[in-house]
Design a protein around this ligand. Structure first.
Ligand SMILES: C[S@@+](CC[C@H](N)C(=O)[O-])C[C@H]1O[C@@H](n2cnc3c(N)ncnc32)[C@H](O)[C@@H]1O
Length: 354
């Protein structure tokens, strides 16, 4: 503690301001500090630190920085922010998970998706809110971080449900539309050793990542990844015997309604041998604004509003399935992401119903 040098006077309240403004525990201080804590979760995930703490319980941050060629003051700042948020406890250089660590570790993919993938969009929300600025490439997102984030929470919360579904209806030749990092192709090919697969994604960064991961997984001879836009996907010879199509966490990109109807019609034409379509997506919750929201919902609806993308409700999905002749054979409600389902769809054998 420092001794004051001169005479001191405490200022109890500033004129016109409520007492305690910005003080520890105030709403403003919590919001300010939690926003840094959220970014620290995304950073710690990118640096592999959260997995290291989950594995070892305690990590020495100086040793970790040295071992992974990290900037020690940055790592100290990230871990201090995590400690302020209550995710870890720091004693000297030892960083240990708190009782809340498992919750944050399990959901880290949502942070990586929101803050790693859409952080720039959130930062520029003010500029994006001006109509005059909404032209050209005004939406800046990081396709790689989005893919890594969705793959992380997908593996934990979606894949167990999807794997069971796939076991009941095994694919011969499978397509993943909007395949992102390719993680789902890899797990499906490992689970079904006689199947082959095609990944499709519009983002060159995601295509490159998926191709690299398939090579690393030793599965490059059983899968290809194509850079294409599902909105104008046409039949290709390699699609002829595709019997199973899936699409995870991008169905809302099919919308608005008229385009979604076109996409759902096109999928049946592009894949004439298709018998099952697993469509997994998060729908509009109808709960925003609210104070008791689970993880994701606010961020998901927030960034799509900034991008000018109207998210479909569940009823709107049912309407387009009816209109395009896709029958809902089964639907699986997911615990996380919230307000999300896997629809197991089959094409109406009556053909094009319109
Ligand atoms: C939220 S990520 C989900 C990635 C992956 N399906 C998963 O579950 O982890 C959405 C993916 O869809 C891709 N995508 C978006 N619009 C697309 C389009 N019109 N055609 C093809 N891919 C698209 C994006 O590039 C991104 O990789």
């Amino acid at each position: 503690m420092h001794e004051p040098r001169g005479t001191t006077a405490s200022v109890a309240a500033l004129p016109g301001l409520p007492p305690g403004v910005g003080a520890a525990g105030s709403l403003s201080a919590r919001l300010f500090n939690d926003s840094i804590g959220g970014f620290a979760v995304a950073a710690a995930d990118e640096l592999g630190l959260l997995d290291a703490i989950a594995e070892h319980g305690t990590v020495d941050r100086e040793a970790y920085a040295q071992e992974h060629d990290l900037h020690p003051p940055s790592l100290r700042a990230v871990t201090d922010a995590l400690a302020s948020a209550g995710v870890v406890a720091v004693a000297g250089d030892k960083v240990t998970g708190t009782t809340s660590f498992a919750d944050v570790h399990a959901t880290k993919g949502f942070f990586t998706w929101l803050l790693g993938g859409c952080g720039e969009l959130l930062r520029t929300a003010g500029a994006v809110g001006r109509t005059a600025n909404r032209h050209g490439r005004f939406i800046q997102r990081d396709a790689t971080r989005i893919s890594i984030g969705t793959a992380d929470f997908g593996a934990r919360f979606i894949d167990p449900v999807f794997d069971a579904m796939l076991d009941r209806d095994p694919p011969t030749r499978m397509v993943d539309v909007g395949c992102g990092s390719g993680s789902r192709l890899i797990s499906a090919l490992r689970r079904h050793p006689h199947a082959t697969a095609i990944g499709i994604d519009v983002a060159p960064a995601a295509v490159a990542l998926a191709r690299a991961r398939l090579v690393d997984a030793g599965l490059a001879d059983r899968a290809i990844v194509i850079e294409a836009d599902v909105h104008d996907l046409e039949h290709r010879p390699e699609f002829a015997d595709v019997d199973f199509v899936c699409s995870f966490l991008m169905g809302h990109d099919f919308w608005p309604r008229e385009r979604c109807v076109r996409v759902l019609d096109n999928l049946r034409r592009a894949f004439p041998a298709l018998r099952s379509f697993a469509l997994c997506d998060t729908y509009r919750s109808g709960r925003v604004p609210g104070t008791d929201l689970p993880i994701l919902t606010l961020g998901f609806e927030h960034v799509h509003a900034l991008m000018g993308q109207d998210l479909p409700t569940l009823d709107q999905w049912y309407e387009v399935f009816d209109e395009t002749g896709w029958r809902v054979r089964h639907e699986y409600d997911l615990v996380l992401p919230p307000h999300s389902k896997i629809f197991h769809l089959t094409p109406d054998r009556g053909g094009d119903r319109r």
